[in-house]
Design a protein around this ligand. Structure first.
Ligand SMILES: NC(=O)c1ccc[n+]([C@@H]2O[C@H](COP(=O)([O-])OP(=O)(O)OC[C@H]3O[C@@H](n4cnc5c(N)ncnc54)[C@H](OP(=O)(O)O)[C@@H]3O)[C@@H](O)[C@H]2O)c1
Length: 343
């Protein structure tokens, strides 16, 4: 696919977004500062990537925090860890050529000198470049692998999805619908409810701020919920658990509603729901599944080519948008995949 990227020279400076204060909750703009450094020189075995689209992900909250997590915290004074889509502008690594487009851990900055292990995916499919940070980014691939692998939906199942209008949630709803499920989306505004139904094909969509969720779920899923794809935890999860069908599967993909992780939060206890409903409750982290990434991306690209999956992108412009972008995501201000164009 021809990429519509303007020709550029190599400026001799690298603008960066530095993590300079450790957040205790959701990272705010004041936890970051803008800085400039020389453009790095790739060592032997490395590539120099010029970033085009910076990704904004809820996971960055965990990467910025100093709490037990699946990956170590970003050191203070370093560029914020982030996924990005970029172009290889210098290669000293086998298998990478200048001009290749890649998606991976390149940070919130203009340039990154990285080893090939930082690359999650090469942008070779016939898709718009920004789709490599959504459909074929961790969002689409997580939705595909976690739903099919852990949720194991069957035709006729009722599937409930939280953050249903967001990037992961919108893919989960569409994939589930395609597999024959009745889909119920939970989201945070009436505009997003409308988008869930009109664009992402949900059979039912509910605004969890205004609906009586328990009563609405009882009505929308009279036979119980077979698969709950949970991106929030907290009170929404507590409510859905009490509406699960016997033998249901809960996929724990995110915990957006959990305000603080330290000390570990406790709340309504759900052990009895797990027991009485014989539930299977599974956690998922995409970085455990890199061997399946290309296969999932191929399946998603195929669905897109058949007109069976779509996405929304929430595009901002300019590196200076990055510091406040994680807080905006947790405020629900994004519609679709949050990206920052710095090309
Ligand atoms: N486990 C993994 O490997 C993996 C990989 C990728 C993503 N994820 C998780 O998937 C989830 C969605 O990620 P995404 O990138 O697609 O983000 P997103 O859904 O596009 O954006 C985050 C959304 O979370 C919702 N939200 C924020 N605070 C909330 C709260 N207190 N209660 C309920 N909803 C809240 C907001 O939607 P509303 O306006 O609808 O409230 C917001 O738009 C996140 O939890 C993320 O951590 C996990």
């Amino acid at each position: 696919m021809t990429r519509d990227i303007p020709a550029f020279g190599l400026p001799d400076r690298n603008r960066q977004v530095i993590l300079h204060d450790r957040p205790t909750g959701i990272p705010q703009a004041q936890h970051f500062r803008l800085a400039t450094a020389p453009v790095p020189d790739p060592a032997m075995g490395e590539i120099l990537v010029r970033n085009i689209y910076l990704s904004v992900d809820p996971a960055q909250r965990g990467w910025a925090a100093d709490v037990a997590n699946y990956s170590p915290p970003v050191p203070l004074g370093e560029p914020m860890r982030a996924l990005a889509v970029g172009q290889v502008v210098r290669s000293r690594a086998d298998g990478f050529a200048e001009g290749d487009f890649v998606y991976g851990f390149f940070g919130w900055q203009d340039y990154a000198a990285v080893p090939p292990t930082a690359v999650l995916h090469r942008c070779i499919e016939d898709l718009p470049l920004e789709a490599f940070a959504s459909l074929c980014g961790i969002n689409g691939v997580t939705a595909w692998l976690a739903l099919t692998g852990l949720g194991r939906p069957r035709a006729g199942d009722t599937l409930v999805v939280s953050t249903a209008a967001g990037s992961v949630g919108s893919f989960v709803g569409q994939i589930g619908k395609g597999l024959g499920c009745r889909t119920i989306g939970l989201t945070g505004s009436d505009a997003k409810v409308a988008e869930c139904q009109a664009r992402f094909g949900y059979d039912v969509a509910l605004n969890y701020h205004t609906a009586d969720l328990d009563a609405a779920l009882a009505q929308a899923a009279p036979g119980g919920v077979n698969v709950y794809y949970d991106n929030t935890g907290g009170p929404i999860l507590d409510t859905v658990l009490r509406r699960m069908a016997v033998g249901g599967r809960v996929v724990q993909c995110g915990t957006a509603a959990v305000a603080s992780w330290s000390p570990p939060p406790t709340g309504p206890r759900n052990e009895r729901e797990i027991l009485a409903r014989r539930l299977v409750w599974s956690g998922f982290v995409i970085f455990d599944h890199m061997d399946s990434y290309a296969e999932a991306c191929a399946a998603l690209t195929d669905l897109h080519a058949q007109g069976r999956i779509t996405w929304t992108t929430d595009m901002q412009q300019g590196l200076d948008q990055a510091p406040g972008a994680i807080a905006a995501l947790y405020d629900g201000r994004n519609t679709g995949k949050s990206l920052i164009y710095i090309g």
